[in-house]
Design a binder for this molecule. Structure first.
Ligand SMILES: [Zn+2]
Length: 283
């Protein structure tokens, strides 16, 4: 028995000497990399060392993205932030308030050529969905409207049929047509009749229009100021037809015979007259 143990011991010693000499024929397992044996498999972030369990936070936790240990333990990699800065919340981008406006069917249908404008807010004056109107469809063509017209959808919607009736009158009676409708005041923040007191005009709500006259395809420029006085002239008849025809499309029509303030234009608006807003004022 002793002999067997001695032989076994001698064999193991010889194998160890052969390994140190580098000529061993039996491959040995390679040494394991140091990191596999000295560090855990899942490496923790180096800049967020875990706080000791007993460490109590200096301040109450204010938000999930500022844990207590981050406040209590300085960052070992980067310099510490100035006091207070690390607790600041990033500013939330605030969306601008939505502007609620309505579309105008007359524009959608191509009866009115107009561009939507931002809401007008001027003291008690203004309107939510004003339009910059540049033309209306009449007898199959777009008739330009000049003067920088700012109006609401109601006035814009009533214009095409009125302008078409005036245009049809010119075609039938004078063998010409409207080349351009010339407008004076549309939106304006003012009182009725430009008074220093009293009620606001419908101009103050972009719900009124002052038509100065009509440029015609035959070259004439028929104005209320110059053409109204002679009721028997071609211009006088045209302007009276335009005035009377407007009464079918607007609730208020005021011309030179209403008062001296309207001697040079036709005022049209869609103000409410009567308890049910069905009465009309045509002067
Ligand atoms: Zn007016």
């Amino acid at each position: 028995m002793r002999f067997i143990l001695a032989c076994l011991f001698a064999t193991m010693s010889f194998a160890a000497l052969a390994q140190e000499g580098g000529d061993a024929t039996v491959p040995l397992p390679k040494p394991r990399p140091a990191e596999l044996s000295s560090e855990p498999a899942v490496q923790l972030p180096r800049h967020r060392p875990a706080a000791p369990p007993a460490a109590a936070p200096d301040k109450p936790v204010e938000a999930p993205d500022t844990p207590a240990e981050a406040l209590a333990t300085p960052d070992p990699i980067g310099p510490p932030l100035p006091p207070g800065e690390h607790t600041a919340e990033p500013a939330e981008p605030t969306a601008p308030p939505r502007i609620y406006q309505t579309a105008c069917p007359a524009v959608l249908l191509g009866k009115v050529e107009a561009k939507a404008l931002p809401p007008i807010e001027d003291k008690l004056c203004g309107t939510q969905s004003p339009l910059s109107v540049t033309g209306v469809l009449a007898n199959g063509r777009m008739v330009p409207i000049s003067g920088g017209v700012e109006t609401d959808c109601g006035i814009a919607s009533a214009l095409p049929a009125w302008i078409e009736s005036v245009d049809s009158y010119l075609k039938a009676r004078d063998n010409t047509e409207i080349a351009e409708v010339v407008v004076g005041t549309s939106y304006m923040c003012r009182n009725v009749n430009n008074g220093s007191g009293g009620n606001l005009s419908f101009h103050a709500f972009a719900d009124a229009l002052d038509v100065i006259g009509f440029k015609l395809a035959d070259g004439r420029f028929v104005t209320v100021e110059q053409g109204w006085s002679d009721a028997q002239s071609s211009e006088g008849r045209l302007l009276r037809f335009a005035h009377d025809a407007a009464c079918a499309h607007f609730t208020t029509v005021l011309g030179p015979e209403a008062n001296a303030l309207h001697r040079d234009h036709l005022h049209v608006d869609l103000g409410c007259h009567g308890k049910t807003c069905t009465a009309r004022l045509c002067e």
